[in-house]
Structures are given as C-alpha cells and as structure tokens.
Write a protein that binds this ligand. Sequence first.
Ligand SMILES: [Ca+2]
Ligand SMILES: [Ca+2]
Ligand SMILES: [Ca+2]
Length: 246
Amino acid sequence: MNTRSRFSSLLLVIPMLMAALQSECNATVITITTAQSPFAGSSLNQGWWSNSVSNTDSNTDYGIGVFGAADHRGFASFDFSGFTVNDTISSATVKIQRGDSAGLNDATETVGFRDVSTSAATLNANSSASAGIYSDLGTGTSYGDFVVPGDDLSTVVLDFNLSNAVANLNAAKGGFFSVGFFLNSQDGNQALFLNTAAFPISIEVTYTTSFASVPEPSVVGFLAVGCGTVLVRRFRRKLGTSNSQV
Ligand SMILES: [Ca+2]
Ligand SMILES: [Ca+2]
Ligand SMILES: [Ca+2]
C-alpha cells in the first residue's frame, strides 16, 4: 500500500470512528426489577405500608387500598447503582402486574405515583406500621395519576410512564430509586394489586451515556496526533527509499 492509499484509508477510517463514537450517544433502554439487590429480610424490594396495620418485612405483596379495615400504600425500590454521572436518564416506565381486585371496586380506579423521601433501606424494612412512611408514599412530587379498570385479569401488566420524575431519577444514580403508589380514588372497601407477592415490579429506564465517557477527547486528540506522526515518518521514509533507489 503506497502513502497515498494509506492516507486515503485513514480518511475513510476517521468518519467511521466518529460514527462509532456518535452511536454511544443513542438512547438505551434497560429494565431493572425489584428482584435485583434485595435488602436483607425479603426477596423483592417491594411491599406496602399502612398507618395503622403492621406488616412483616418478608411480605412482598404490594396491595393498595382498603383491605383488613385499613388503607395501604405500595412501594418499589430499584437498584440504580449501575448508572454513573455520565448517564442521563430521560424517562422511566414502571410495570406492575395487577393481581386480584377488590369486589367493591368502581368501573375504573385511579393509581397515584409519588416521590419517596424515606431511604430505600428503611422503606424495605416494612415490619411495622408507620404514619410517616404511609404519608410519604402518597404525598410529595406527583409522578402521575393513572386511570385503570377496576377489575381485569390478574395477569395483566400495567404500564405507568412516570412524568415529572426526571430530576429524581437522575438524583438516584449510584443508589436506589424508590417510588410510592396508592389508590387515589378510594371511596369504599376498594383495593388493587391483591395477592401479588410473587410478582416482581420492574422499571424500564431510557438513558443516554455522554460522549466523554467513551474515549476522553484528549485520547482522541492524542491518537490523531500519533496517526499523523506515523504517516509523516512513513512518508519521509518512503521519500528516502525512493531517493536512494535513484
Ligand atoms: Ca421488606
Ligand atoms: Ca413522598
Ligand atoms: Ca373508587
């Protein structure tokens, strides 16, 4: 290969390299479930809290609404330790299997999603009743209120695309992201998500990884300078060889 063709090859490689680097900026979707990194005492990072009825830490049922003569609010925590400062989360959808529904539900009910300020470790140690945690799960920043059928097949998985959660999703990178949910249409002995202990809740997260996280710009510059130096040396060597042959 002569010097000109080597240079032509380099000209072809540079756009391909840039295209490869650019692809790192495309959005990626990852699914994280409550089965990942479970806190001690339970197999899934999910459950419910009541302000008057005690729960047990090992119970992973996430029923919400009135049953057992008390209102219940649900929670789920997801391990976000895989995200770094170079990742930017743009959206997230929580996926919840319905399980059973109370017989007194209306034709439609509304499920509200709210921020959680209780730490994930405290939240998942759900071995008692707590007015404070119960309140946290149903108040604060709203991630949306979603109207769902009051009854449906227990196997149906409902998608809840969280709105207004981007700041908190990104703030949770490197730790846990928790979300609270409750029956925001409570007017009687109504409840959703009953008998759900065996169903892990999941979250589908869309994010991009910043350009700088792949090769540092200084490395790219260094490589470019290095390639140029090699080409110049080869060109000079080529000239030297040609001259000596004359
Ligand atoms: Ca627990
Ligand atoms: Ca809250
Ligand atoms: Ca209702």
